[in-house]
Design a protein around this ligand. Structure first.
Ligand code: NAG
Ligand code: NAG
Ligand code: NAG
Ligand code: NAG
Length: 440
């Protein structure tokens, strides 16, 4: 099995061929919870252990409320990008935010003291997620967007309960910044709002800020308020709850192919059409890219009535899957796993000695340990118009990706929401690097 696995990875990496992964959502709204042997429901709706239980792990749809690892607490950060030192690849990160400010999925690179998130032909782009969670704060990013049909640049906040606050840019409209918010991933197509800019977003750096308090979200561009959302305007009189983003969230920076041919028609239309992998930008650079100059996170105090256990200075957990602000508990629980076999219930789970010494990777064990990335965007941002909710659940795992390097290999769809996503050789190559890395 290990032999086969490695061979397939090599095939995909060496040939650099476009791989097709059969993507299957296993957990999430309408799909239920993960089983106890792979208890963690990843951001993309697939069950596993290890990195599945870290950032993005959905406590509501994991086996139990404590399956996910505790979430590292907010920390003030001012990221400038002269190197990749504070950016860890997802195949290396075990939950220690002192080692990295960002976790990368895809291909980030540094150019002229700026961070480029790249999207080469037939890849699903790049996502960076903050290692620390923000539970209210002021978050800003100074960036130049990408451009082109179907090319989507994004700067969002996304919680494990799928609360979301967004800035998004469609590559065919460089004069508009789209803003949006979601509560617990419930699609609501009336929540969007646009901010018009006088100077385009591709050629000019602008500073986009989200000021998120327990009562309001304010979107500001270059210091000018563009939109305000009040919590009081989101009250649902049926449930007597506020449908307002209110749970600890990671900051996510991304470039993704909304115009991927395999995405739902509404998403492709929203993104400005099918992506052109033969565009002048691709010919000139080899990839699409979005440029970040600086990202700042300033943490606000948690709500005055926030629950605490112990000193409450290390991590956030939930005490109930209802997932409201009042269900968040600030704790002293550690966030670091010993290996990629860890889960929230057993952070010290270790690789069996036989596996480590024989050089097998954790992903060559029976259970998935590193969630993949899809072309459907992060959070709910792949959902547009009249679409079904299945795109949120789309996901691949690194071993599916690797295995699918052989066109003969087709992962069986399990349950609903099966989707086909093209995944490039770059991702397969990352999987190969991963196998080498953990073999140490
Ligand atoms: C969407 O949100 C608005 C308020 O932001 C609300 O008036 C509307 O009823 C919501 N629609 C659904 C389907 O929840
Ligand atoms: C925002 O602008 C886009 C065009 O870039 C348009 O399709 C969309 O309907 C606008 N959204 C709102 C809420 O006005
Ligand atoms: C309130 O919540 C109920 C139950 O989830 C939902 O059906 C309804 O659309 C919501 N109403 C608004 C105004 O959001
Ligand atoms: C955690 O996993 C290790 C195996 O790596 C096992 O020996 C230990 O008993 C587990 N602890 C709990 C509490 O399940």
């Amino acid at each position: 099995m290990v032999q086969l696995f490695n061979t397939l990875i090599l095939t995909a990496a060496v040939l650099g061929t476009v791989a097709y992964a059969q993507i299957t959502a296993e957990c999430g709204v309408g799909l239920g919870n993960c089983p106890s042997d792979k208890p963690c429901c990843s951001q993309y709706g697939v069950c596993g252990v290890g990195a599945y239980c870290l950032g993005g792990c959905d406590p509501k749809h994991s086996a139990t409320i404590d399956s996910c690892a505790p979430a590292p607490m907010c920390k003030n950060i001012d990221s400038t990008f002269s190197n990749l030192d504070r950016i860890a690849d997802k195949t290396k990160y075990l939950g220690d935010p002192s080692k990295a400010d960002w976790v990368a999925d895809g291909e980030p690179t540094i150019y002229d003291n700026q961070l480029l998130l790249t999207m080469a032909p037939d890849t699903v782009g790049t996502v960076l997620a903050s290692t620390n969670y923000v539970w209210y704060g002021k978050i800003s990013a100074t960036l130049k967007t990408s451009r082109g049909k179907g090319v989507v640049s994004a700067f969002i906040l996304l919680s494990d309960m799928k609360d979301e606050i967004d800035y998004e840019w469609i590559g065919v409209d460089l004069d508009t910044t789209q803003t949006n918010f979601y509560w617990q991933g419930v699609p609501n197509y009336t929540n969007g709002g646009n901010i018009s800019l006088s100077e385009d977003t591709y050629n000019n750096f602008h500073t986009y800020e989200v000021d998120w308090t327990p009562d309001t979200v304010t979107w500001s561009v270059d210091g000018q308020v563009g939109r305000v959302l009040k919590k009081s305007d989101t009250y649902n009189s049926t449930t007597k709850q506020y449908n307002y983003p209110q749970t600890p969230s990671r900051v996510q920076l991304s470039l993704w192919p909304g115009g991927l041919a395999s995405n739902a028609p509404g998403t492709i239309a929203w993104a400005g059409g099918e992506i052109d992998w033969d565009s002048q930008d691709i010919k000139d650079n080899g990839y699409y890219y979005v440029t970040f100059k600086e990202v700042k996170i300033e943490c606000y105090d948690p709500p005055s009535d926030a629950k605490k256990s112990g000193s409450g200075s290390v991590s956030y957990i939930y005490d109930d899957a209802a997932g409201y602000e009042s269900n968040v508990v600030m704790t002293d629980k550690g966030t670091v796993m010993k290996s990629f076999l860890g889960t929230g219930k057993n952070m010290t789970a270790a690789l069996p000695a036989s596996k480590t010494s024989s050089g097998a990777s954790p992903s060559a064990t029976d259970v998935e340990t590193i969630p993949g990335l899809t072309g459907a965007g992060t959070g709910a941002n792949g959902l547009r118009g009249e679409e079904e909710t299945t795109t949120t659940g789309s996901a691949s795992t690194s071993s599916e990706t690797a295995a699918s390097g052989s066109s003969d290999f087709v992962q069986q769809a399990q349950g609903s929401g099966a989707d086909r996503v093209r995944i490039g050789g770059v991702v397969a190559l990352m999987a190969a690097v991963f196998v080498g890395a953990v073999a140490l």
